[in-house]
Design a binder for this molecule. Structure first.
Ligand code: RNT
Ligand code: ZN
Length: 424
């Protein structure tokens, strides 16, 4: 592993290589450290939540596979794991909570009755780390989601329950924002859909729009503090044929209701490029929420790596200079490997992609394009792959006092032997 002197020496050379292409690495490092990434709490416990486990629930869209030892079994273990993770990540982080991580002690509180006080421990934790909190209503893993429908269910009472859950959730997000002094992005994703061809595709979508309109009609919530986002998808487990909240549904909904549209890297046909969608949506939508994920053949939610999908996504944000129009959040869950490492790999590769975007010699490449030299454009784009960005990354880590290279693996190993291996 490189010493701190070696990191600095390599950085000096890299700085020059980038300067030759008109890129200021100092500016890129600062900007890359300042872009918040919202860590999803649900990698820590394989999306189980902290409610008293219930039986007889149908799978509703999220599923972590694997049985690597060390899963966090309660809020304290989750926070302890996240403490450790935060030490290994450079840059600004946030935490993204799901409603079913409420801690209600011995009381049984159903989702339509949750309150800010049930997240007091999470809030205290966020305060102590000086980080912001984001939120998600949990419209799955619940007996009232067993039909496969929630906000679009044909049963009025089921819809009402979920509408009340969403309303309660928005007040929680608002209270996080007030206490922490930073807006809370609340993302609505419902699993609603059908395994096989429904006879009616229209009515559920009509009901979904109506339910959201009822939720957002609550004007007592300050939408500067509680920032609502909506997330569509192509298909899910049990909704292979029909998803009520499809991409078209949410794109139009968000646009007409002034909501943030969430794009998840795993929610499209495998040949579609989310990177290409960004500049199309940003002509009309004010802001986007990006869920970085890694679909393998389907929406498998593998740990994010620095693949072309992620890299190209942030290149697009850089080339369109759209940094202040996107919220960045992680969304993956893999139970087959050390979960802390999963966080570190996913969060660090997402920030590496951000850095790569900021290091892009855009002016030069666009100059080649604008003066009719497509071969130069292609050659320069290829060159960016082998530029010494890794040296810039190591310097970024060093400046933020977190391990460079793969030095963080040692910390993960020692936490595994002292803490995770004792969880049986
Ligand atoms: C599901 C969506 C959603 C969830 C989380 C747990 O397909 O991607 O964002 O993964 O809310
Ligand atoms: Zn998602």
């Amino acid at each position: 592993m490189p010493t701190s002197k070696q990191v600095s020496a390599a950085y000096k050379l890299a700085q020059q290589a980038y300067a030759d292409l008109g890129v200021d690495t100092e500016k890129a490092i600062k900007a890359a450290l300042n872009i918040p990434i919202s860590l999803h709490c649900w990698q820590a416990d394989d999306v189980r939540g902290l409610e008293t486990p219930k039986t007889g629930l149908t799978a509703s869209g999220t599923m972590a596979t694997g049985s690597y030892p060390g899963r966090a079994r309660n809020g304290d273990e989750m926070r302890s794991d996240l403490d450790q993770v935060l030490k290994l990540l450079p840059g600004e982080q946030r935490l993204n909570l799901h409603a079913f991580y409420a801690e209600t002690g011995t009381d049984i509180v159903d989702r339509d009755e949750i309150e800010p006080q049930h997240f007091a421990r999470w809030l205290g934790w966020a305060k102590s780390h000086k980080i912001g909190l984001d939120f998600n209503p949990t419209y799955f893993n619940h007996e009232k989601a067993n039909s496969g429908f929630t906000l679009s269910d044909a049963d009025k009472n089921i819809r009402k329950f979920w509408i009340n859950h969403a309303k309660a959730s928005r007040h929680i997000a608002e209270s996080f924002a007030k206490t922490l002094g930073t807006p809370s992005v609340i993302n609505h994703w419902v699993p609603d859909g059908a395994k096989d061809a429904p006879a009616d595709r229209y009515a559920p979508r009509e009901r979904l729009a109506e339910s959201y309109d009822t939720i957002f009609a609550d004007k007592s919530v300050n939408t500067k503090l509680c920032v609502d986002a909506v997330e569509g998808k192509l298909f899910g487990i049990g909704s292979e044929e029909y998803v009520v909240g499809s991409q078209e549904f949410y794109s139009n909904y968000a646009l007409s209701r002034d909501k943030v549209l969430c794009l998840d890297l795993g929610h499209y046909h495998p040949t579609e490029s989310v990177a290409d969608k960004v500049s199309a949506h940003l002509q009309f939508h004010k802001k986007l929420l990006l869920h970085t994920s890694r679909p393998i053949r389907w929406d498998s939610d593998h740990v994010v790596i620095l693949d072309d999908a992620v890299r190209n996504l942030f290149l697009e944000i850089a080339r369109g200079d759209s940094w202040d129009r996107v919220y960045v959040a992680l969304d993956f869950f893999d139970a087959s490997l050390n979960r802390l490492a999963a966080y570190v790999i996913g969060a660090r590769s997402t920030r590496q992609a951000i850095l790569l975007g900021l290091l892009d010699p855009t002016k030069l490449i666009q100059g080649a394009e604008n003066s009719g030299r497509p071969h130069e454009r292609l050659a320069l784009m290829e060159l960016t792959r082998s530029l010494p960005w890794g040296a810039v990354w190591d310097e970024l880590c060093q400046r933020d006092k977190v391990p460079a290279g793969a030095d963080w693996l040692k910390e993960v190993a020692s936490y595994e032997s002292s803490v995770l291996s004792k969880r049986v």
